[in-house]
Design a binder for this molecule. Sequence first.
Ligand code: ADP
Ligand code: MG
Length: 260
Amino acid sequence: MTNPSVISLRDVWVFYGETPALKAIDLDIEDGEFLGLIGPNGSGKTTLIKVILGLLKPDRGKVTVFGAPPDRLGRSRGLIGYVPQRSQGDWTFPVSVRDVVLMGRYGRIGLFRRPTAADEAIALKSLDAVQMREYAGRHLGQLSGGQQQRVMIARALAGEPLLLLLDEPAAGVDISAEDQFYELLGELKEKHGLTIVVVTHDIAVVSSHVEKLACLNQTLYIHASPEEVLTAGTLQKVYGCEVELLAHGRIPHRVVEEHD
Ligand code: ADP
Ligand code: MG
């Protein structure tokens, strides 16, 4: 079988109490896909990521990741790297960049075993991959938002994942740094053969970097190339408001206008 689905969701529903957060989601994410998952605030993006990670069990439907239900992945769980949505001021505690990245090895070495020289080497290689090795001895709190996010990716990479899930990784990062950030993800994907799902509500920047976009607002509206998504009028449906066409990067993209 060529290009089997790494992630597969069939008729997935999630309720918080009586309120649905996800409705009838069908989604297949293929091996090696670089997917941008977009949708307005509260559209269920984080919920969907939690379902894929097995942190949240859907009320209805079927989920498989690497061919197994996410809560029964066993050793394959180590194949998933996760960069959670961050809240401001998370990284003020005095921990070195090197130690943060080493935490990414715990899934492999177990919490209570000391990291070996090989673990240290992988941690440093991961910092190389995001061009942050020279900061290994710094405290995380001394870095810019963009640099901190690179470190969080290095931490995920240190677990040697095949699938990388990132929840709004570029939030709080300026636009030029954001562009570089997605470029970096693209390079990592090519180099390590990763499957990447990146959650964002910033269509503008992500469209010119990913291969596919999935538009979520409780239901999944479309899963297609950015070109198709941007010409299909989908954004209007998903965001429920007017969008404006702008030229940015290699393809035109739209920016959601402020609501009155
Ligand atoms: P997004 O990541 O797209 O902003 P979320 O998946 O975080 O959206 O949330 C989707 C909806 O579910 C929102 O309306 C949110 O308020 C609600 N929600 C999220 N988590 C919980 C929870 N633990 N309990 C109740 N409601 C929740
Ligand atoms: Mg979210």
